[in-house]
Write a protein that binds this ligand. Sequence first.
Ligand SMILES: NC(=O)c1ccc[n+]([C@@H]2O[C@H](COP(=O)([O-])OP(=O)(O)OC[C@H]3O[C@@H](n4cnc5c(N)ncnc54)[C@H](O)[C@@H]3O)[C@@H](O)[C@H]2O)c1
Ligand SMILES: [Zn+2]
Length: 1294
Amino acid sequence: MAQHAETSRVSILGSDSIVVGYNLIKEMLKEIVSELPSSTYVLITDTNIAPLHLDTFLTTFAELTANIEKPPRLIWQTVAPGEHSKSRKTKASIEDWMLQNRCTRDSVLLALGGGVIGDMAGYIAATFMRGIKFVQIPTTLLSMVDSSIGGKTAIDVPLGKNLIGAFWQPQRIFVDLAFLETLPEREFINGMAEIIKTAAFWDESEFKRLEDNVDKFLTAFRNRNHETGIVDLSSIQTMLHALVVGSIKVKAYVVSADEREGGLRNILNFGHTIGHAYEAILTPQVLHGECVSIGMIKEAELSRYLGLLPDSAVARLSKILTAYGLPISSSDSIIRERTNNRPTPVDQLMRTMAVDKKNAGAQKKVVLLTAIGKTYELKATGVSDAAIRTVLSPDVIVKSSSLPADAKVEVIPPGSKSITNRALLMAALSSTTTKMHNLLRSDDTEHMMNAITQLYGAEFTWITGGSGEDVLEVKGKGGQLVASPDEIYLGNSGTSSRFLAAVATLVKPSSSADSIVLTGNKRMKERPIAPLVDALRNNGSGIEYLGTVGCLPLRIAAGQHLKGGRIELAATISSQYVSALLMAAPYAETPTTLALVGGKPISQSYIDMTIAMMASFGVHVKKSTTEQYAYEIPQGVYSAPPEYVVESDASSATYPLAFSAITGTTCVVPNIGSSSLQGDAKFAVDVLRPMGCEVIQTATSTTVTGPAVGKLRPLKKVDMEPMTDAFLTASVLAAVAHEEGEKAIPTQIVGIANQRVKECDRIAAMVKELGKFGVFACELPDGIEIHGVESLSDLTIPEGGVHTYDDHRVAMSFSLLGAVAPGPVLIKERRCVEKTWPGYWDVFNYKFKVELEGFEDQNDVVARKFVPNNGRSIFIIGMRGAGKTSVGGWIADALGMKFQDLDPYLEEKAGKTIPQVIHEDKWEGFRKLELEVLKEVMGKFPSGYVFACGGGIVETPEARDLLQAYTASAGIVIHVHRDVKLIMEYLSVDVTRPSYVDDMFAVWQRREQWFADCSNFFIYNSDLSDDAEIAHFKLTLRSVLETMIGASTVHEKILAKPKSFFLSLTYPDVQVAMPVIDKITAGSDVLELRVDLLQSAPHEQSPSVAYVQEQIGIIRKYTAIPILFTVRTVSQGGKFPDHDYTKALELIMLALKLGVAYVDVELTWPNSMIQKIIDARRFTKLIASNHDFSGKWKWDGPEWPTKYQEAAVGEWADVIKFVGYATCRMDNVLLEQFRESHKDKPFLGINMGKAGQLSRVLNSLLTPVTHPLLPVKAAPGQLSVEEIMTAAKLIGDE
Ligand SMILES: NC(=O)c1ccc[n+]([C@@H]2O[C@H](COP(=O)([O-])OP(=O)(O)OC[C@H]3O[C@@H](n4cnc5c(N)ncnc54)[C@H](O)[C@@H]3O)[C@@H](O)[C@H]2O)c1
Ligand SMILES: [Zn+2]
């Protein structure tokens, strides 16, 4: 347990009412009893917290009040944990309970819990008897630093969170940090988001403290006692205290200055404007702080987009959030997993923001940053919808630029990666301190910095530079590295691994380690390093391979320094080996001669870069005068200059320069010039100048002015071997380059064969995408030929946008064409630029004045969840004898695919029959082979096949994993099944198959769950006796399959009809209706199966899954009509037990697996249950239903509109179905008015009762109908199709 430490008091709104410390229960109760005297204290908490802490409260209270003459009483009440409890219902029930318990105006309420308890209990305090005193006792980190402070109280209503509430200040806030000992890790991290938020907008030094102590915090919180569930906070106690007090102080200050949200208070909302919009979609699976974390990044990106915040600050924010385990995008894997891949459509986010209390009109209020710890204004700033939409959108539409022709724009692209990593290493090895500017922040640099820190090789400090950019201060230790016992992890960073392998030989032993271990990720452990290790070993260092010989991980002995002298190295594989040795060599015991043997070294330009950079760090390497490819390295210690600006990446610089080339403007890149060592630095002189640009290049800067718009000249033939990455930029320029003359001259770019194996085949990609602009281009063996258009107006606008192949260079190149094309150009997946230039679009927009518009392809939104099958192979599993072969064949026929039984496939592969395999290799050998076959076909035949697996495939755990992974990736695995009795019969007569070892029924029981787990669809194979039945079933199968794969048009067709109907089957066993099924469904579009009425035996509460399965099998045998699956509960007019949610959900999951067309979802079900249905459905349509039998809900009353919002807001409902009760004709008129004013969603609205019959005639979508042949009507007032059509005709409503 944490020691008792100092207690602090923080003042808010002029009173010292916030107390922060450890183990405060006794102190707080003393203070409460003496300072807030009352006869009754009411403690509200939740059922998670009560068992952990309530006892201490009760006993301490009893002790404290034992000697008082008329002791006050402490009564308490618990509510369920979670956001659900922030409801009208909970509030009302607690209020009633308080009234029953004779609470009065002098009662004092104690809110013990997280934000849910604080908000809800606080609101009770605000309204109970017009307001009573209350005390906040927050128990989560989030509530300690945020929700308990400021006096905001609220509950949630169907239309949104926190919409009903009051400002009501607590008398005291006791922040007892010891409560955090029992807090779950995820809740701790959730609270960290708010702490990071406060530091991010207010206090850079606090932000830094958070950055520096990530490991300490996380280690403390992850170190939980398994038995007690308690974490030991002692190691972070002081820091945690300071951090919480710091955060509270900011909030208290802001609230005190602006109690009721005049302006300043909004500043606390950094990350919340956009964060709340995500929360509305992702809750409850994703927590508030987690959504705020995403919101912070989007709002920081928005600040960057508006030209206010440098990219380095956004990177810094992302890094700290990620380090604490918080998500930074809704596409992060943790979010996708937790929400089952729920889409977050930009339209929906924008709409949610529009109803946010804090936003006014067309402008949304967002807290904009100008640096870490600094905001643009001391309040939220109005930002246009267009800007927010662009930042949130995955795609971007590039419109024209409004930059005047004489404009001169300066752009500094992000730092070069190669230079950044070399500079970092040499700065660390220096004896001096340097400030590094324009560092590229990438995984590589992170790994390098972490490793150096781990070896105590330097101190890194981020500081904010003059224009808000983050500058890295590196305090070098002159090469004094010290061994640390922990492995040094380098991810997949090639440069870091190679450079550090050489530099690590400088390490000295420490008391805790006499060697160090360098390791990396799986890929890194396969990449070669042997030539470097050989050279180092030969020079006296002790290096050992811990895994595969020739690869990481390496163990490097401490204290075995390089001897210097002659080092030989084969340098034909990687120049990184050479650079590594060059940079380490000055620290060897004698001067070094590095001889590169085995022929011409590869990538000489990188070697030259290293040597030139070493010179700027004070060590001058000489080329040998006697030997080719050899270098003399003197001994010495680097001395970094006081300021070091990392040269911008020259490939990135080609885009802004080309922008000026194509638009006739002027662009300056101030830190790349003729002395640059990067190959692409030649782009301006070698490519742009010949194309007609004016290029002025000094040693350190490049300025390009384009010719008049449309006057670029073709290059004819250019070899871009020295700057291959820049060929894409050149290609888009060539696309609009044109020479006056008889015959148009194309541009040929050669020497770029390596570009075929980059992020994509870039040559092919350019040819294809240029074609979409109407530019003819073709591939050359090692290049591309481009025929420029005559004038810019000849460019066509790519239909469906430019595909970027997730390749940053493709995206950036085509953005240039977009700016001059005669119309807006859509660039897909705009975020791919983040690989090298996260702020690219922002610069494009605010520097080059190119108008951008965010775009999200609705198909992509849908695809995120409902991936249509697109011919992907389908797997069929199920018991032998279930009919996999015949059903599989029918499926293949229906979908135009090929059918393959895997048993004969296996026999062919093995070269013997299955009985032979089993005989020779035993069952074990057979199962192994079966698994191999499954793997093989999954890999070899990803599309076009329907495969039937052997019945026992699910016996092998690895096979189950494969099948489950297949369904998880939206692949289709169908479980085919039929009546178990029939299967058993079939198996016992089938003498050609090897018999089971176990009793067959036991086999089925063992496998049943596995079949269910491994499949996402289910087909019940009814006993089909003749060809006619088979033909009929095949027809049904086709429409069911269409629903399963997302190809069904049933719903669309129904929506297009002027009137559509469904007929209800209200039998305990549908078999009886089958002889007349075609007659009774005539005229109906859908058949409703009232699952709640099914009964296999009298007195059964609810039907079994197996029975329902069979019943659907029966229906499908007789009719192909789409099925509506309805589990109607008692309170909604059916027979299903109201609270048996588990069973109801189980049945609905079955329906989804069966691929029914529609499922009825009662809005009275818990949100969590509805969410599960939403998550599991693929293409099944959902009908959100609600019934009122009381007749009390009037169509012009408040209930129906509220319900409608509830159903419409989540976007999941495909149809909204409301059934009211008419007591008079007017009720039908009111319903029609309601119908008129509620058109967001397809709506089915009727009134029950005789007086409601008119509404059945007027309703047009899916009116429930009866049929004269049915024994009873499903509901009073129900009409038949014929009756409705006649009536409609009579009243002229056809
Ligand atoms: N009023 C405001 O200004 C304000 C500000 C931010 C958030 N909020 C509100 O706060 C709510 C979220 O608060 P929260 O994050 O504290 O969630 P919470 O109250 O739901 O608590 C989170 C979980 O932790 C459990 N828990 C709480 N303390 C514990 C402890 N000491 N040991 C073990 N388990 C514990 C709870 O039972 C719950 O399951 C939201 O409703 C949000 O709207 C309000
Ligand atoms: Zn918050």
